[in-house]
Design a protein around this ligand. Structure first.
Ligand SMILES: Nc1ncnc2c1ncn2[C@@H]1O[C@H](COP(=O)(O)OP(=O)(O)OP(=O)(O)O)[C@@H](O)[C@H]1O
Length: 235
């Protein structure tokens, strides 16, 4: 685990989110310690994206609170980059009218944006596409560009929203290795269980907004409540 004093500890305390009569998150608490890779899993509609949206300030909790490094924190989307928090989107949300390089530079925080963007693209194995336009590229390449856009600012907390969606086994293996070697705090929402189990230190399981389990991959795999939630969802 990293001891970098710049890393941030993020914590959610008893977060509840209601959309009208629907409770999307029901008293969810989570501590994301610096350098840890924390997964959030659960069947469709469990509240995973809502939890990400609360951390990013897109959704205001109905009750509960957040802290960053122990201090009360009210997230705002336009402050995230400055705080060192980067998020990938479920899709590949890139600007079609901008080159790949310009898209990645949007995520940069420093003066040397171009060289940092090229380095991030290189790290993700897609530097050769820097001058291309994203719309013309295959989906797996665009997912890598989305990762480069998040990594370019050297985030302290990297939030990955279904990064394996639409990728094949080789791409997922590559992604797993990249996540492990980032050395940063990672919050991962993902349906691909092999990826989650292989990269995460800790996993939170949600079901209909309720936290039903939290623990190591081995503890989560052996938890009957988790199996039940997934079997129920498949039935
Ligand atoms: N803005 C919103 N207004 C109303 N209901 C919403 C809103 N956002 C999410 N929901 C509902 O909240 C619940 C949780 O949704 P959420 O997208 O967080 O689940 P999820 O676990 O990310 O699902 P998936 O795995 O399908 O992406 C769902 O029932 C969803 O329909």
């Amino acid at each position: 685990m990293s001891t970098d004093s710049q890393l941030k500890e993020l914590a959610l305390h008893d977060i509840t989110v209601r959309f009208g009569g629907l409770t999307a998150l029901d008293n969810v608490s989570l501590r994301v310690a610096p350098g840890r890779i924390v997964g959030v899993i659960g069947p469709n509609g469990a509240g995973k994206t809502t939890l990400f949206n609360v951390i990013c300030g897109f959704v205001q909790p109905t009750s509960g609170s957040l802290t960053l490094d122990g201090s009360p924190w009210r997230p705002r989307p336009h402050h995230l980059n400055r705080l060192g928090i980067a998020r990938t989107l479920q899709g590949v949300g890139q600007f079609a009218g901008m080159t790949v390089l310009d898209n990645v530079m949007v995520g940069a925080r420093h003066r040397h944006a171009e060289s940092e963007a090229l380095a991030a693209l290189d790290r993700c194995g897609v530097a050769r596409y820097a001058g291309a336009y994203p719309g013309a590229l295959p989906y797996a390449i665009r997912k890598r560009i989305e990762l480069a856009r998040a990594l370019v600012a050297k985030p302290r907390i990297l939030m990955l929203d279904e990064p394996a969606g639409g990728l094949d086994a080789d791409e997922i293996a590559w992604l797993g290795a990249l996540i492990k070697e980032t050395g940063t705090t990672v919050l991962l929402v993902e349906h691909h269980m092999d990826l989650v189990m292989s990269v995460c230190d800790e996993i939170l399981v949600l079901d209909f907004g309720k936290p039903i389990a939290i623990g190591s991959p081995a503890e989560i795999s052996a938890n009957p409540k988790v199996t039940e939630a997934y079997l129920g969802a498949a039935a």
